[in-house]
Write a protein that binds this ligand. Structure first.
Ligand SMILES: [Zn+2]
Length: 78
């Protein structure tokens, strides 16, 4: 395994629900199954086999130590 980034201690890889490379990934967190809003840019991991997993804001912050950004302004209101 040669991941550029590693999750924090306690992360359970067995809980990660990988999406097949030939299927459209659902907009659900692959770890906690929370819905990921359209406005959120999820963290997406790709396995060596091409499977993908995505993480919601909470998991990004909790497991990957990534701080999330506040919602961008709504475009189109101007
Ligand atoms: Zn999550």
């Amino acid at each position: 395994m040669n991941n550029p980034i590693a999750p924090k201690a306690g992360f359970d890889w067995n809980r990660v629900c990988w999406s097949r490379p030939d299927s459209l990934p659902p907009r659900l967190c692959s770890y906690c199954s929370a819905g990921i809003p359209e406005t959120t840019v999820p963290l997406i991991l790709t396995s060596e086999q091409g499977f993908t997993a995505r993480f919601c804001d909470d998991c990004m912050e909790k497991w990957w130590g990534m701080s999330t950004y506040p919602d961008p302004p709504e475009f189109g209101d101007f």
